[in-house]
Ligand binder design. Structure first.
Ligand code: FBP
Ligand code: MG
Ligand code: MG
Length: 332
């Protein structure tokens, strides 16, 4: 039973038995993400100082200008995971292709692959608004001892063994699930320790917050336009409140605590929306569902979508169960 203020390290050891194939590797993997997040947190807190601000001068496969912190966070997570002999492959928003990690003995005998959005909400880095990191973990499907292939990464979200995010906000929190509920740990920066501050997080079934970039309203499908009008009309406790930070992790974290819905739909200018299925939507969907919320592409459960490409985008409807179901009604 999760004890409030237990440290993350204690929690990981105590809950190791939760993992079907428990051999300590997944615990070590979560521990290394914990470590990398602390290192990145230290840099994020300096955002605004010259050497860590602005674009890095490269464009990633998404066509986005990589920010210096995108590159820094990417390097730190890849380094930390590679050095710990637990992953056989990593895919990242900031890398065109997946990275094969063969291990010091070059035997390709590690079990897990990690998919990561090292820095989420990049447009908010230089304006001192909260940002995040998102991670998704799978057991490989190719045989041990052989190099990973794309098949190890193109798995349906319902096959995830763990997923989580770090939010670098007023405080830094690591929130994750291994399929046994969702727990949130707050970092005490003075001593560098995460404490269980949010045990067994529950997504309220209803809420009165809607999060969508209404600047794109004219390009939205009619169903989304109608749902926005529904959120704004003066009936049954509405209008809802509009809240949009522009960092997926922060918008969903807030809605998970207060109740609400986040929507990034497709539009006439982006036929599949903006968010990436493998390292944004699937991990957030696993967490949200484990907390009692819901996540779909407006029609189908996100975690049942069959991935076809590493960086594919999907429309994303995510949040309080009853609110997502209402929005899906409008999409019919
Ligand atoms: O500025 P827009 O179009 O509303 O997009 C905001 C969305 O894009 C993102 O910044 C995309 O993530 P990255 O910053 O990791 O590329 C989400 O965090 C956020 O929800
Ligand atoms: Mg992102
Ligand atoms: Mg990112």
């Amino acid at each position: 039973m999760a004890k409030k203020n237990q440290t993350l390290g204690e929690f990981i050891i105590e809950n190791q038995a939760d993992f079907q194939y428990s051999s300590g590797e997944l615990s070590r993997l979560i521990n290394s993400i914990r470590l990398a997040a602390k290192v990145v947190n230290h840099e994020v807190n300096k955002a605004g100082l010259v050497d860590i601000t602005g674009a890095a001068g490269e464009v990633n496969i998404q066509g986005e200008d990589q920010q210096k912190l995108d590159v820094y966070a990417n390097d730190k997570f890849i380094q930390t995971l590679t050095n710990r002999e637990i992953v056989c492959g990593i895919a990242s928003e900031e890398n065109d292709d997946f990275i094969t990690i063969c291990g010091q003995k070059e035997d390709h005998n590690n079990k897990y692959v990690v998919l990561i959005d090292p820095l989420d909400g990049s447009s908010n880095i230089d304006v001192n608004v909260s940002v995040g990191t998102i991670f998704s973990i799978y057991r490989r499907v190719t045989p041990m001892g052989s190099p990973v292939t794309i098949d190890d990464f193109l798995q349906e979200g319902n096959q995830q063994v763990a997923a989580g995010y770090v939010v670098y906000g007023t405080s830094t929190m690591l929130v994750y699930t291994t399929g046994h509920g969702v727990n949130g740990f707050t970092l005490n920066p003075a001593i560098g320790t995460y404490y269980l501050s949010h045990p067994n997080m529950q997504f309220p079934e209803d809420g009165n917050i809607y999060s969508i970039n209404e600047g794109n309203y004219n390009h939205f499908p009619q169903g989304v336009k109608d749902y926005i009008k529904y959120c704004q009309n003066q009936e049954d406790g509405r209008p809802y409140t509009a809240r949009y930070i522009g960092s997926l992790v922060s918008d969903i974290h807030r809605n998970m605590i207060k109740g609400g819905i986040y929507i990034y739909p497709k539009s006439s200018t982006s036929s599949n929306g903006k968010l990436r299925l493998l390292y944004e939507c699937n991990p957030m969907a696993f967490i949200v569902e484990q907390a009692g919320g819901k996540a779909s592409d407006g029609h189908q459960r996100i975690m049942d979508l069959k991935p076809t490409e590493l960086h594919q985008r999907v429309p994303f409807f995510c949040g309080s169960k009853n609110m997502v179901e209402k929005a899906e009604e409008f999409m019919k």
